[in-house]
Design a protein around this ligand. Structure first.
Ligand code: ATP
Length: 379
């Protein structure tokens, strides 16, 4: 396995009118599993294809191990890629599919190739399928073969391009766990692209978030969830998404009052909070962010309650998601035994230590949750 270093990587298309990847810097440790996530078109696949050598960077540098591979052809990089559509050879058996890459990329003799293929097939639980052709396999089995074909080569770096997107939800969960088990056992260095933030959060040692070709944030999943660097990350990571409302700040006798001019929303930050965060609280307007699990039904609190109409009650088993009309839509995650119906009006509240305040213009986070407060429950 190998570490990977990406320096100032840029990819333009259409004579510079499309910047797919803009000044990307990444360092991936040996044995680290990094997930890359972001909305459609943010540059995930382009980044992966440049790491694989399938796409030539406009500028920048890629190192795998200690080697500068920026100008090295894909076939000469010790990299294995696993695709969403499996990319198996339809006329070859599972054994031949797995052995083919080994034959092309190593000088192992036939006995050694067979030993490695059988060993990997056993590890992937596909040893009974070795004589089958891909069209005899289910989607899950095909993806196991595609993974096995990558693993058998023992490459320096694994690249995964949305490998589980074609599988049903249950199989996706199984395969996620399987890939994590393999990563633990084999200590593989991997870059895993997905548009599914839940997948990115649960699988990655580190999560890299892109938007519009630009790196937004990278870090351990819980850190990114707890401390989003900007409104985009706050909204993208976490499901349901963080609630946002634009507020105006007014000094009042007992603290700072946050109000929304378009709705009845009003929330007062205590004098203690305002004093403790004095250095950060100099602006007239902010975007307030609060996660659904931090919004509560108010039970007898005298202040800081916000009246909201219940639009939809969405049961998800252990919890209910309440879609609330606060001005903008707010979602609250409440226990499933909270008995409410669409059309009712409720009072909601939240703790000031749980709010995030973002610059209303740039989206940059100005104040995060108080790290001393209870950790948020990451999805
Ligand atoms: P998705 O999740 O939809 O696959 P992505 O994050 O992987 O999206 P990319 O496929 O890397 O995004 O594309 C990034 C940007 O570059 C997009 O605006 C896309 O339209 C553009 N792009 C990608 N490939 C080309 C190409 N060959 N020619 C022109 N533009 C391209």
């Amino acid at each position: 396995m190998a570490r990977v270093r990406v320096e100032s990587l840029r990819k333009e298309y259409d004579v510079g009118t499309v910047v797919a990847v803009d000044d990307l810097n990444l360092e991936i440790e040996d044995g680290e599993f990094v997930t890359v996530v972001g909305p459609s078109g943010c540059g995930k696949t382009t980044t992966l294809r440049m790491l694989a050598g399938l796409e030539e960077p406009t500028s920048g540098r890629i190192e795998i191990g200690d080697e500068d591979v920026t100008d090295v052809h894909a076939k000469n990089r010790d990299v294995a890629m696993v695709f969403q559509n499996y990319a198996l050879y339809p006329h070859k058996t599972v054994f031949e599919n797995m052995a083919f890459g080994l034959r092309m990329s190593t000088d192992l003799d036939a006995d050694e190739r067979e030993r490695r293929v059988v060993e990997t097939a056993e590890m992937m639980d596909i040893e009974t399928l070795l004589e089958d052709k891909p069209d005899e396999l289910s989607g899950g089995q095909k993806q196991r073969v595609a993974l096995g074909r990558a693993i058998v080569r023992e490459p320096d770096l694994f690249l995964f391009d949305e490998p589980l997107s074609n599988l049903d939800a249950k199989l996706r969960t199984t395969m996620r766990a399987e890939i994590q088990r393999l990563q633990d056992e084999l200590g593989i260095t991997a870059v895993y692209v997905t548009h599914d933030q839940h997948e990115a959060m649960t699988m990655g040692d580190r999560i890299v978030i892109l938007n519009d070709g630009e790196l937004q944030q990278q870090g351990a999943p819980t850190d990114v969830y707890e401390n989003p660097t900007n409104k985009f990350v706050g909204g993208f990571i976490g499901s349901p998404s963080m609630n946002f409302i634009d507020v105006t700040v007014d000094q009042v006798s007992d603290g700072l009052q946050l109000t929304d001019t378009d709705s009845d929303f009003s929330f007062t930050l205590s004098a203690a909070y305002a004093t403790a965060n004095d250095a950060a609280l100099g602006m007239d307007r902010y975007t307030l962010g609060i996660r659904p699990e931090n919004v509560e039904i108010a039970r007898g609190q005298p202040s800081n309650t916000i009246s909201a109409g219940v639009d939809v009650v969405e049961p998800v088993g252990s919890d209910n998601f309440l879609h609330l009309d606060v001005g903008p839509e707010f979602i609250a995650r409440v226990p499933s035994d909270v008995d409410l119906e669409a059309g009712e009006t409720v009072s909601i509240t939240f703790d000031e230590s749980d709010i995030h305040l973002f610059d209303i213009e740039t989206g940059a986070e100005i104040l995060g949750r108080d790290p001393e407060s209870q950790p948020a429950t990451a999805p």
